[in-house]
Ligand binder design. Sequence first.
Ligand SMILES: [Zn+2]
Length: 335
Amino acid sequence: MVSYKDLGLVNTRAMFAAAVKGGYAIPAFNFNTMEQMQAIVMAAVETKSPVIMQVSKGARNYANATILRYMAQGAVEYAKELGCAHPEIVLHLDHGDSFELCKDCIDMGFSSVMIDGSSLPYEENIALTKKVVEYAHKYDVTVEAELGVLAGVEDEVASEVSHYTKPEEVIDFATRTGCDSLAISIGTSHGAYKFKPEQCTRDPKTGKLVPPPLAFDVLHEIEKKLPGFPIVLHGSSSVPQDEVDTINAYGGKLPDAVGIPEEQLREASKSAVCKINIDSDSRLAMTAAIRKYLAENPSHFDPRQYLKPARENMKKMYIHKIVEVLGSDNKLLQK
Ligand SMILES: [Zn+2]
């Protein structure tokens, strides 16, 4: 058993309470590689922002769970080395799908876990979430649960259609499970193709797809039912069109990739939404930089040559999200 506290990590409790009160959101960036981890830490330190580094089941399969945990530990030390006296870094399991997986992560030093029982019948979701909460809270690990179903693909978790969270269920669910935060479905979606062209309109000037707006009425209903309770948005990449254009200009093929407009994420951040998950945008920033570099430097073959601009581009994107969209800059609780 490794406690996250010994690794210098923190859970989400204090940072979420402050974020809900302060009208901003904590960034939750997925990572599987050293370059992503470095870019996340550099961005968080430079902007003095708390940050959630999250690992999906797919990331654990790709990078190895033990390595990822040591990387998170390394991230804390790296943040200190970069001049942050008290880094506020959470190591979070994204989309845990079983009690065993959550327990495994808690036992190996994660400070927060998500148990995603959203595809289960309501009572089964409650029972599973409650079981994880009971175990996690023994070790002061925070738990994110999910109600409602998002469309899109995230690793092995895929759903064709979304079902908005039912506001009438949230009080019962939060009370009976004891979860610390709740991921809801209000129209965000996993992946770089969040909406089918027929769900969108098209900007006549650019020819780009304009996605349907998020269901803010559902969010506000939920906020009214659970005042001050931390709400989480998944599938909230904005799929920056300049990165998509760069990828397509240098041999890629991402037609009609579309995300959640940043304006809407900015608005959500001011509400009880206190954690916003961003994964695809990092993938796009990395791939765009690598494609461009290799196309312009066909004789280069040292991975450091193309991973360096990739890391720079991700860092720039993370800083942009923190400062311009989520508003979590200068929000460290301990200066
Ligand atoms: Zn998700």
